[in-house]
Design a binder for this molecule. Structure first.
Ligand SMILES: [Zn+2]
Length: 178
């Protein structure tokens, strides 16, 4: 590895694995975003995608065809295809209104995160813990299981409705409190 990268990683206690994991998530979220925005802004594409799903018994075959509308020669693992399939079908059946998430579910997620913000690791009280959709609500609504996390107010504000922010999150852990 180039020295400048190695020094940056070791000085800041970031492993190559952290970077690769975040990069991988960002890439597949970016691919989903491209497809999502493409079908949202073009009714013909939307109908084409629905038709592809209807004509293919295997959802993964359908997703491969859908990806090929937007990208050329793009290879993805079965796991990534399955992930994109889950997000795409969630986007297609998304409702216009938000589901209310019970206090029990919120408390469960907060406990699972050791009562800390999922992004910066700051300790949180349940009263200032904000429930966030990992893949933003605008994209997938409340249709995905396990798509919730608890954030502090600052991280939630910074995250906004963005997708593919995993690399940024690595840096956001180094930001000073203010
Ligand atoms: Zn935070």
């Amino acid at each position: 590895m180039d020295d400048v990268y190695a020094v940056f990683l070791s000085n800041n206690n970031i492993s190559v694995n952290d970077i690769m994991r975040a990069l991988h998530k960002d890439v597949r979220e970016y691919i989903f975003e491209k497809i999502y925005l493409g079908m949202k802004s073009d009714k013909k594409k939307m109908h084409r995608i629905i038709r592809i799903y209807q004509q293919n018994r295997d959802n993964c075959d359908a997703v491969r065809k859908i990806i090929s509308i937007f990208f050329k020669n793009y290879e993805m693992s079965q796991e990534d295809i399955t992930w994109i399939d889950g997000c795409l079908r969630a986007a297609l059946r998304k409702k216009e209104t938000r589901k209310s998430i019970s206090k029990e579910i919120r408390t469960g997620i907060w406990n699972k995160q050791n009562k800390r913000c999922a992004l910066c690791g700051k300790p949180l009280n349940l009263s200032n813990a904000q429930l966030d959709h990992i893949i933003p609500w605008d994209f997938v609504g409340d249709e995905l299981n396990d798509n919730y996390q608890i954030l502090c107010a600052r991280c939630n504000k910074q995250k906004n409705n963005r997708i593919a922010t995993n690399i940024k999150q690595i840096i956001s852990r180094m930001i000073n409190e203010y």
